[in-house]
Design a protein around this ligand. Structure first.
Ligand code: GDP
Ligand code: MG
Length: 439
């Protein structure tokens, strides 16, 4: 998608204003790019029309180039299409909040059940899970295991009870225990079928849920529009959760959900780990689709992973230019802990799509850095200047870590670059400088 859109923008570089004529080609590119991103055709048509009308009507803004104007219009319209703002979960005014999850098989319902419980637990809410997939004993075991992992009780009775009855019992239990939120996992099918819908309707009637969330695999692509429409008409949904956004998906499903159902995406799954669930930010998604990278999510995640005190400590050090190799190590490890490197790299603007080879490369260079830092003395770790000043020290580190002197020099240079970059990031008034390494 990115390259398609970039070429669309480039075509406008020399133009003075947006006209009916000069947006034809960029709009054709945008249309093609959206189709390639698996957005359904009717959605693409409406989108292109809306954007074209707005673009031509727009007056010339002094200092803003037409291509930038078009970027802004497309981006704003994408955001609007996806619901504009973050849509929060709704909670019941009294009694437990009940969340019913629905969706096809394999989209990530069971995983999301447990992720959501952890997510809400972090917000101080007590949760209970109900195992409602009675077709596969393994599905119940899976939820029980995940429940243990996030330390949330699971109500499971077995495979010989009807889901609506399990729902009734589970809800009763939840009320008795006074839990804040009940999350019910349900069975999916490979395709929409009447049995599944009837069963879901029964469960819904029993639970009277606060939220009915349709779990949609981001890879669904074109079919997402039809899928969302059907579920919404049949059982009535309050929103959607988009899973597997960490994969190769181009985001097309995200664009269709709100447009066809009027219901927002509330959360997104970005990985297989229990922590990988986040609110859905339409503006960031638009940014991702436009190839600007998902910087904000990245920063947020980084803050969460690095313990609070660590982060504060780090900030102080950065402000006083004391950021040293210990911090460097802590930080790179925190980044590694955030999950697969692919996800992290994918979020950095300009990185675009990351290949498995690039991921291996990044992980390898992390190992190399660690090896070199490990053989540093405590003084060297705390005072990187020592290494900048002394070729002998760099040589020793190279020998002890089995790396080349060039690699050590690179690492030292990188640390100073990071100091500067982080200082700028924190908005410090005066910037630092990168010292030349003495030979
Ligand atoms: P269900 O049939 O809808 O209950 O789907 P599951 O929860 O069993 O998930 C199916 C598979 O998708 C499992 O292997 C999950 O680990 C995986 N999965 C779920 N959510 C995500 C996600 O956000 N990212 C990735 N990469 N995998 C996911
Ligand atoms: Mg399941």
């Amino acid at each position: 998608l990115t390259s398609g859109l970039e070429s669309a923008w480039n075509k406008l570089k020399g133009e003075e204003v947006l006209t009916k004529e000069n947006i034809v080609e960029p709009m054709r590119d945008i249309r093609r790019a959206l189709l390639e991103a698996d957005v359904s055709l009717p959605v693409v048509r409406r989108f292109v029309q809306t954007v074209s009308e707005q673009a031509v009507g727009v007056g010339v803004i002094r200092g803003v180039k037409p291509d930038q104007q078009l970027v802004k219009i497309v981006s704003d319209e994408l955001v609007k299409l996806m619901g504009g703002e973050v849509s929060e979960l709704t909670f019941a005014k009294s009694g437990p909040t009940v969340i019913l999850l629905a969706g096809l098989q394999g989209v990530g319902k069971t995983t999301v059940s447990a992720k959501l419980a952890l997510y809400l637990k972090k917000q101080g809410k007590s949760c209970m899970l109900i195992a409602g997939d009675v077709y596969r004993p393994a599905a119940i075991d899976q939820l029980v295991i995940l429940g243990k992992q996030v330390d949330v009780p699971v109500y499971a009775v077995g495979t010989d009870v009807k889901p609506a009855e399990i729902a009734r019992q589970g809800l009763q239990e939840a009320k008795k225990k006074n839990v804040d939120v009940v999350i019910m996992d349900t069975a999916g099918r490979l395709q929409i079928d009447k049995n599944m819908m009837d069963e879901l309707k029964d469960v819904k009637k029993t639970l009277n849920p606060t939220e009915v969330l349709l779990v949609v695999d981001a890879m669904t692509g074109q079919e997402a529009a039809a899928l969302v429409t059907t579920f919404n008409l049949e059982i009535g949904i309050t929103g959607a959760i988009l899973t597997k956004l960490d994969g190769d998906s181009r985001g097309g499903a995200a664009l269709s959900v709100k447009e066809v159902s009027g219901k927002p995406i509330k959360l997104v799954g970005r990985g297989e780990r229990m922590e990988d669930l986040e609110p859905f930010y339409p503006d960031r998604m638009a940014g991702r689709i436009l190839g600007m990278g998902d910087v904000l999510s990245f920063v947020e995640k980084a803050q969460e992973v690095m313990k609070q005190e660590d982060a504060e400590d780090l900030q102080k050090k950065i402000m006083s230019a004391k950021f040293d190799f210990n911090d460097f190590l802590k930080q790179t490890r925190a980044v590694a802990r955030m999950g697969s490197m692919s996800r992290v790299l994918g979020m950095i603007p300009g990185m675009g799509k990351v290949t498995p080879a690039q991921i291996r490369e990044a992980e390898k260079s992390l190992q190399i850095m660690e090896a070199m830092i490990e053989v540093m003395t405590p003084e060297e770790r705390e005072q990187p200047e020592l290494l900048a000043e002394s070729p002998a020290r760099r040589k020793r580190i190279a020998q002890e870590s089995g790396k080349t002197e060039q690699q050590v020099s690179q690492l030292v240079a990188q640390l100073f670059q990071m100091r500067v970059r982080m200082k700028n990031l924190m908005g410090a008034m005066e910037g630092g400088s990168v010292p030349a390494l003495s030979n």
